[in-house]
Design a protein around this ligand. Structure first.
Ligand code: PEP
Ligand code: MN
Length: 342
């Protein structure tokens, strides 16, 4: 971390800042230039509040030199993390999967949808049993019964299941039932108690980016999980809130290569929540593949008009069949390029 001081900073003011830094257990290196004085802070800068330092009168600007996320950082872990769900299904490090299924688990139709998405080539099944809804009057999910229906579908089809955990108190239920992936939804992306709780388990976590979350906030959320010991974290770009109103969210596909650059964790892209409309899901799924996503999460429903949540963005099984054909085509082109490069 460096603090850039005003040109006219007095010796006394510089001395005060240096002793404040040293009291925090860090070393301060002062260099006086023509136009400004710079103090370099060396040591554990996590103890320093950059805003507090910047609030000192003579301090013009404070800049971080190293990233505040360590465990999620590619600098300290250059190789891609591969999350393994057993039965040969992995995400990351060149392993690509499609996670598909309804927004909410609604009942027996789950099995029908699951069979169709599996036949189309999806390898993992999604479905929400605990639903984070904007309105308290909207459908809230089936709860434990929904988890059991997902497990029944898994028993028949062998697809690992991905489902959202909303509450710290429910984490043991997910673990006891052997849920394969706990999803942390966009609305809980900074629920630090929940992040820490899933961090204490060994269950893979699909961590969604907050509704108005920055890439750094997403990485710090991953850091919360990893700092408790759980390294099986996947980052998910699901669109962010911007001034644009033509789509439900703005799909920040920049995040895919940016996250790959900054972190070793796999990056999942969710074109369903990112766009909010069925007609945009396939093109943006293809774009996410081209951008290098390690997995896609796509909502599929057998009767979108009557879905209990997110029907407007659901693909029908037939639409999903076609999207999967095109996803495979894009993946094949990428694989071909890689072999040519090697
Ligand atoms: C979901 O996956 O159904 C969901 C609620 O996603 P998000 O948290 O990204 O809105
Ligand atoms: Mn949804």
């Amino acid at each position: 971390m460096i603090a850039i001081l005003r040109k006219d900073a007095s010796e006394e003011a510089v001395g005060h800042i240096v002793s404040w830094i040293e009291k925090k257990g860090l070393t301060a290196h002062v260099s006086r230039g023509e136009n400004e004085t710079i103090i370099g802070l060396v040591g554990d800068t996590t103890k320093i509040d950059p805003f507090l330092l910047e609030s000192i009168d003579v301090v013009q600007r404070v800049q971080r030199v190293s990233d505040p996320f360590k465990k999620a950082n590619r600098k300290f872990h250059p190789a891609d993390t591969v999350v393994d769900f057993g039965c040969g299904i992995k995400i990351g490090g060149g392993n690509f999967q499609v996670i598909a299924g309804p927004c909410s688990v609604e009942g027996e139709n789950l099995l029908h949808i699951a069979r169709r998405v599996k036949a189309a080539g999806a390898t993992m099944l999604r479905g929400g049993a605990y639903k984070p809804r904007t309105s308290p009057y909207a459908y809230q999910g089936m709860g434990e019964r929904g988890l059991d229906l997902l497990l029944e579908a898994k028993a028949e089809l062998g697809m690992p299941i991905v489902t959202e955990v909303m509450d710290v108190r429910d984490v043991p239920i997910f673990v006891d039932k052997g849920i394969d992936v706990m999803q942390i939804g966009a609305r809980n992306a900074q629920n630090f108690n929940l992040l820490k709780e899933v961090g204490k388990t060994n269950t893979p976590v699909l961590l969604k980016r907050g509704i108005a979350g920055t890439i750094d906030e997403l990485l710090m959320a991953a850091e919360y999980i990893m700092s408790e010991g759980n390294d099986h974290v996947m980052l998910c770009e699901r669109g962010i809130r911007t001034f644009e109103t033509r789509t439900r969210n703005t799909f920040d596909l920049n995040a895919v290569p940016v996250l790959h650059n900054l972190s070793h964790l796999p990056v999942v892209a969710d074109p369903s929540h990112a766009t909010g409309y069925t007609r945009y899901v396939e093109p943006m799924a293809l774009a996410a593949c081209a951008a290098g996503a390690d997995a896609l999460e796509i909502e599929v429903h057998d009767d979108p008009a009557n879905a209990w949540s997110d029907g407007a963005q659901a693909l029908t099984p037939d639409q999903f069949d076609r999207a999967m054909d095109r996803i495979r085509a894009i993946r094949a082109v990428i694989a071909e390029q890689r072999t040519e490069e090697a």
